[in-house]
Design a protein around this ligand. Structure first.
Ligand code: SF4
Length: 206
């Protein structure tokens, strides 16, 4: 079972395969050559406990990485309480030497947890990379198929807006596959209106 893995100098963490979405482009749908996600081992036979995840961290030279990224084959914020615990454990051991911590997320943590988790991120998470993916709720549902329907789109925008007060770097991402320049511009306008940066990423990326 792969819990932590290296990719381009960063340490990635895979805590769950659960997700409330079923994005058309999700790398869980198939193997994409050249992607870190071609690893079958990223499919977890069961979710690791927080202690197993910590042991996986501690088996590595944690401070040698440029970043720690909670990502994985699924939506990491299903395990937000464990992420918080893990970061606290690592900070206790490594203090200021701990590399910056990022969560790659669909921005639905509050929907998933049924509470406002954003304040828990303060002082723990340095970067939130949130998949914007679409410029309207209808497009979002057509692309990402969240179980919560169109409400998930606004929830994601609200999450990003709130997170700016707790997390130093909040970034929206859009995938460049087949995305027209005017759509990117509209995404940029949405990001600007919320005071969030936009990153256009390739189909296969981190
Ligand atoms: S949110 Fe991420 S893990 Fe979930 S279906 Fe979409 S791409 Fe896959």
């Amino acid at each position: 079972m792969t819990i932590t893995y290296e990719y381009e100098g960063a340490l990635y963490v895979n805590l769950t395969n659960r997700c409330n979405c079923n994005c058309e482009f999700c790398l869980r749908h198939g193997k994409k050559e050249g992607s870190i996600y071609t690893e079958d081992s990223l499919w977890l036979e069961r979710e690791p406990t927080r202690q197993e995840a910590l042991d996986s961290f501690l088996s590595r030279d944690v401070c040698s990485y440029r970043e720690i990224v909670f990502c994985g084959y699924g939506e990491p914020t299903y395990r937000i309480d464990d992420i918080v615990w893990l970061v606290d454990q690592l900070k206790e051991r490594f203090g200021d030497k701990l590399p910056p911590v990022r969560i790659n997320t669909n921005g639905h943590a509050n929907l998933i947890q049924g509470r406002d988790v954003v304040p828990d991120l303060k002082g723990r998470i340095d970067t939130l990379s949130i998949s914007l993916n679409a410029n309207t709720a209808a497009e979002y549902v057509a692309l990402c198929h969240p179980v919560q329907g169109e409400a998930a789109y606004q929830a994601m925008l609200d999450f990003a807006k709130e997170a700016k007060d707790y997390v130093p770097h909040v970034v929206f991402t859009v995938v460049d596959k087949g995305t027209a320049p005017e759509e990117i511009e509209e995404s940029r306008r949405i990001a600007d209106s919320l005071g969030v940066k936009l990153r256009v990423r390739s189909y296969i990326d981190s």
